[in-house]
Design a protein around this ligand. Structure first.
Ligand SMILES: Cc1cc2nc3c(=O)[nH]c(=O)nc-3n(C[C@H](O)[C@H](O)[C@H](O)COP(=O)(O)OP(=O)(O)OC[C@H]3O[C@@H](n4cnc5c(N)ncnc54)[C@H](O)[C@@H]3O)c2cc1C
Ligand code: FES
Length: 280
């Protein structure tokens, strides 16, 4: 159940150039938020810009009620948000359908990640692939996976243009996960694309893949998964206006199980979709 709330800004930090993390004191959101869901945020204190901006939930501490968002400054809204140091933030959320695990696509009661079709888990690796700012929502998923029996089978692949743009590497490692990194310019880790690392990993038994990042990366991930016949989920970043299913500005094409194409709204039917259903 989403809520329209005024939450207190408890901190603002910048872990990388042009990247900001806002810490929000939001106990009610922290209680119900799920990985892959997003907040629809009024970036300024007035009504300009009028439209809210969608930002994924990056981290949650249910005990302290703190929720973090991590974002890249790309335009006016995120620029205004980056300047906010304290006071109240007008937030609608948590919104959307996030990453799934467990036997039932809608259920998060089973803590073992499993294919969305409900088949028995095959005990292969569970791979998270993050490109650029796409690493942000995956970290919340890692927080949840860290407490499950599946944690030893989780591998994290993070990519960025260069070393200074790599995000959440230390955070993921601090949770105990094995992290591999790739940079386009070779300034850290593997010199190449994070999808090259995924292609290599898919040679081993893989149960499930979660991915978030730029559209070309997600497209490549879906192609690799289709070739390897491995199920997974991708988080799409469509342009959004209302965020609640009313304006159709976020419509994307999906393929139904029967093969026919259909349209779905990324804000309510996603932003996380099964890798097999997205039509690129
Ligand atoms: C479900 C969802 C979750 C998101 N989570 C995050 C997140 O965790 N961190 C983060 O940094 N960004 C995230 N985004 C992207 C973020 O919403 C946009 O960067 C933001 O709305 C841009 O607003 P602006 O006013 O700063 O820029 P604008 O002036 O509106 O646009 C500036 C530039 O940003 C691009 N842009 C605008 N909206 C989007 C969008 N939705 N997706 C991709 N590019 C966009 C435009 O094409 C343009 O080039 C998410 C988007 C969606 C849909
Ligand atoms: S943003 Fe309005 S329907 Fe999705």
């Amino acid at each position: 159940m989403s809520q329209l709330v005024q939450v207190e800004i408890a901190g603002n930090s910048s872990p990388a150039p042009n990247i900001y993390v806002l810490e929000l004191f939001a106990p009610t959101l922290a209680e119900i938020a799920q990985p892959g869901q997003f907040l629809h945020i009024r970036c300024a204190q007035g009504i300009d810009p009028l439209l809210r901006r969608p930002i994924s939930i990056h981290a949650v501490n249910r005990e302290t009620g703190l929720v973090r968002i991590m974002f890249q400054v790309v335009g006016r809204g995120t620029e205004m948000l980056a300047r906010r140091q304290d006071g109240l933030l007008d937030v609608l959320g948590p919104l959307g359908r996030g990453f799934t695990w467990g036997q039932d696509r809608q259920s998060r009661t089973n803590p073992i990640p499993a294919p969305v079709d409900g088949s028995t888990t095959n005990q292969g690796n569970i791979i998270l692939v993050g490109g650029g700012i796409g690493a942000a929502p995956l970290f919340f998923l890692l927080q949840e996976l860290a407490a499950t029996q599946a944690a030893p089978r989780v591998k994290v692949l993070l990519g960025a243009r260069s070393a200074d743009q790599l995000l959440t590497v230390e955070l993921a490692a601090a949770l105990g996960f094995k992290v591999q990194i790739a940079t386009d310019d070779g300034s850290a880790g593997f010199h190449g694309l994070v999808t090259d690392l995924l292609a290599e990993e898919l040679r081993q038994k893989t149960e499930y893949v979660y991915a978030c990042g730029p559209t070309p990366m997600l497209k490549a991930v879906c192609t690799l998964l289709s070739q390897a016949k491995v199920p997974g989920e991708v988080s799409l970043e469509e342009r959004m206006a209302c965020g609640v299913g009313a304006c159709l500005s976020c419509v994307c094409r999906v393929r139904e199980p029967g093969g026919e194409e259909n349209h779905q709204r990324a804000c309510v039917d996603g932003p996380v979709f099964s890798a097999a259903e997205v039509v690129w």
